[in-house]
Write a protein that binds this ligand. Structure first.
Ligand code: FE2
Ligand code: FE2
Length: 210
C-alpha cells in the first residue's frame, strides 16, 4: 500500500471534496497565507509537546526534528508568498484544529494519546490535500506541494508511532475511531470560511474569508 492509500484509509476513505479544491484554486492567496500560519503552528505544537514531555526521549527526538522541519516549511511558503507579491496579513484560524482539540481528554496519559492521534490526523489530512492539489496547481506550487506531501506522510506516521509507544494500543485504536468521526464531519459539512483545512465551501465563503 502506498503512503497515500494508507493515509486515505486512515482518514476513513474521506477524500477532499471537489468543491473545496475548486475554491482553493479561486482563493490561492488565502490558501498560502493560511498554510504559512499552519506551518508555524505545526512547529509550535512540536515544541510545546517537547516542553511538556522532556523526559520522554523518543518523543523529544522526533519533535525536535519535526519543529525544525516545519520551520523550514514556514520559510519556504513565506518565500513563495513574497515572490508572488502577496501582502502578508492576518488570516483567522479555521474551525478544524479547534474542533479536533475539543476531543482531548483530561488525564495525563489520555491527553498525550489524544494530542498524538489528533496530530496524526492533521498531518494525514494535510498530506491528502497537498496530493489532491498538486495536479491542479501551477508548476512552482505543484513542485513545492509534492515535496511537502512526502513530509506530511512521514509526520503522520511519526505521530501514530508515538501514540502506540506511549499509549495502550486498544485505547489508541478507540481514540482513532473517535477522532476520525469528528474529522469526517469537519471535512464533509458546509463551512462558511475557506481555509486549508476547511469543510465544504458554501456560497458566501469568499466574502467570509476576507
Ligand atoms: Fe509542514
Ligand atoms: Fe507536518
Amino acid at each position: 500500500m502506498s503512503i497515500l492509500q494508507e493515509i486515505l484509509a486512515f482518514l476513513g476513505g474521506v477524500a477532499t471534496p471537489d468543491a473545496w479544491l475548486d475554491e482553493a484554486l479561486r482563493q490561492q492567496e488565502i490558501l498560502l497565507l493560511d498554510h504559512r500560519n499552519l506551518e508555524y503552528k505545526a512547529a509550535q505544537t512540536a515544541l510545546s509537546l517537547m516542553g511538556r514531555y522532556l523526559t520522554k526521549t523518543e518523543l523529544t527526538a522526533r519533535m525536535s526534528r519535526l519543529a525544525r522541519e516545519e520551520l523550514v516549511h514556514f520559510e519556504q511558503v513565506s518565500k513563495i508568498i513574497r515572490g508572488r507579491g502577496i501582502e502578508v496579513r492576518h488570516v483567522s484560524a479555521s474551525r478544524y484544529a479547534a474542533g479536533l482539540r475539543a476531543l482531548l481528554r483530561g488525564g495525563e496519559v489520555e491527553r498525550l494519546v489524544d494530542v498524538l492521534v489528533v496530530g496524526a490526523f492533521i498531518e494525514a489530512r494535510s498530506c491528502e490535500r497537498f496530493a489532491a492539489l498538486v495536479p491542479r496547481l501551477d508548476a512552482e506550487l505543484a513542485k513545492f506541494y509534492a515535496g511537502l506531501l512526502e513530509s506530511e506522510g512521514r509526520h503522520y506516521r511519526g505521530y501514530l508511532k508515538l501514540a502506540y509507544l506511549y499509549g495502550d494500543a486498544a485505547d489508541v485504536d478507540t481514540r482513532i475511531e473517535v477522532v476520525r468521526a469528528v474529522e469526517r464531519e469537519l471535512i464533509t459539512t458546509p463551512d462558511e470560511q475557506f481555509r486549508f483545512h476547511s469543510g465544504v465551501p458554501i456560497e458566501n465563503s469568499r466574502e467570509a474569508a476576507i
